[in-house]
Design a binder for this molecule. Structure first.
Ligand code: UD1
Length: 431
């Protein structure tokens, strides 16, 4: 078991280059399983979620590997399985996309109920509602979802709740169905648009991605081609918040600034300077103390839930009381206990966290409870007085490419070491 060791206090400065979007890449790699031909996919982040997915694809008879730092070559012409077992899929939530991709390609899918970060009940009722509308029958038994359809036919699907996963899954299956599918109340996240663009490059016919009505005209087959994944909005946001928290001056490069607007506006509201360029944003701090504010997470274009832990951490150091409301997930404040151990003053009541600004945080041994909570603890460690040790790095490794190196390049004092003793490892092991 490894731990991250951070000596807090350095103001981050310089330029950081943002990798491809993890949440987009995982969906695109699964979408490429529907393609009869070779796919050349660029700007894929080298993170553990992607490694797991490549393994799943290869185990199912496809061919997929990194041929360069961020390039994945795939050929799933020989894909010969429509079953993904628990051992293979439990590690990543995005394996739920296998349902839509395999159903679309083979008319049959057997997929273990997905794993992923643990911050609340993660139902798939909306995914199943969409598949049923397309003519599939489904059955959940022994932890596996089995889906079958003699014939997939387009239909209207209204999502009762905005869901990224259900929108992508229905788009996947509908791409190879017969006729028109209309998804109403669809999610509008940047990676929905990216997945639609990928599918269209491979011959699909999808219109309206990025709005709440997506229209998919089914095609008979998808062909190979080349594509480049969009920059990671959440990685970019994490570095923007880290720059602000440390009172630094950082150019966040290779991004789409429009994707960052909800965060940029919030940072400006609390006194952070945010300069927007064509493909970069500079974040810098010129005041002594940041102001408090209220944040409510919402589906895109609202404030992203995946930046909630990082933003709350920044607010622990503001002058005043902030209210953070989590509207997307039921249980996404588990990390707050760890932050409070570092001197933060945060209380949680259901979906609402009250953050009382404190003068400083102090370094402590802490454990990541999920991917973005792990990133939040890194930010806390960067600003804390003294040394912070972060355990459970497997969560952070799921979604951040070269995290420590990128932070070191900005002046952070951060290293990764093995946890010295068995007792030390056991004491910080969660899940
Ligand atoms: C995706 C992201 C995740 C992010 C989330 C919300 C990926 C791989 N993961 O997760 O990082 O936090 O979007 O932006 O892209 N829901 C239902 N029924 C369903 C599906 C979802 O009730 O069938 C609910 C969920 O419980 C949750 C809300 O809808 O409360 C949003 O979930 P969803 O957008 O589907 O999240 P994911 O796609 O799993």
């Amino acid at each position: 078991m490894e731990k991250m060791v951070i000596l807090g206090g350095a103001k981050l400065a310089g330029t950081v280059h943002i990798s491809g979007a993890k949440n987009s890449a995982v969906a695109i790699l699964v979408a490429a399983m529907m393609v009869n031909g070779k796919c050349h996919i660029e700007n894929v982040p080298h993170v553990s979620d992607i490694e797991v997915l490549l393994e799943i694809i290869n185990n199912m008879g496809g061919k997929a590997c990194f041929t360069d730092k961020s390039v994945v070559e795939m050929d799933c012409s020989g894909l010969n399985s429509c079953a993904a077992t628990y051992e293979t899929v439990a590690k990543i939530r995005a394996s739920s996309y296998l349902m839509g991709a395999l159903l679309g390609r083979f008319g049959h899918a057997q997929v273990a109920l997905p794993g992923g970060c643990d911050f609340g009940i993660r139902p798939i009722d909306l995914h199943l509602k969409g598949f049923s509308a397309l003519g599939a029958t489904w059955n959940v038994e022994h932890g596996m979802v089995e889906l079958s359809a003699d014939h997939l036919a387009g239909n209207n699907v209204y999502l009762d709740q905005v869901s990224v996963g259900a929108t992508i899954n229905i788009m996947l299956a509908a791409s190879l169905s017969e006729g028109l599918t209309v998804i109403d109340n669809a999610a509008k996240e940047p990676h929905i648009v990216d997945v639609a663009n990928f599918l269209n490059c491979m011959g699909a016919n999808i219109k309206g991605a990025g709005t709440d009505v997506i229209k998919i005209n089914g095609v008979k087959e998808l062909h190979g081609g080349s594509f480049s994944v969009i920059p990671d909005q959440i990685e970019a946001g994490t570095f923007m918040i880290a720059a602000a928290a440390t009172g630094g001056d950082v150019m966040i490069a290779d991004i789409i600034p429009e994707h960052m607007e909800a965060l940029s506006a919030k940072l400006e509201e609390i006194g952070v300077n945010v300069d927007r360029y064509d493909e970069a944003i500079r974040v810098w701090v010129s005041c002594e103390k940041l102001k408090s504010t209220n944040v409510k997470t919402l589906p895109h274009p609202g404030f992203p839930t995946d930046l909630q832990p990082q933003m709350l951490t920044l607010l622990t150091l503001s002058g005043g009381t902030s209210i953070v409301t989590e509207n997307v997930w039921d249980n996404r404040f588990k990390y707050v206990g760890e932050l409070n151990r570092m001197g933060a003053n945060v209380s949680v009541d259901g979906k609402v966290a009250t953050v009382e600004g404190c003068p400083y945080l102090t370094g402590a041994p802490v454990s990541a409870t999920d991917l973005r909570a792990g990133a939040a603890l890194v930010i806390a460690g960067l600003v804390a007085h003294g040394v912070t040790e972060i355990y459970n790095l497997k969560y952070i490794d799921r979604g951040y490419e070269d995290f420590e190196q990128k932070l070191r390049n900005l002046g952070a004092q951060i290293t990764r070491r093995s946890a010295e003793t068995v007792e030390e490892s056991a004491a910080h092991s969660i899940g």
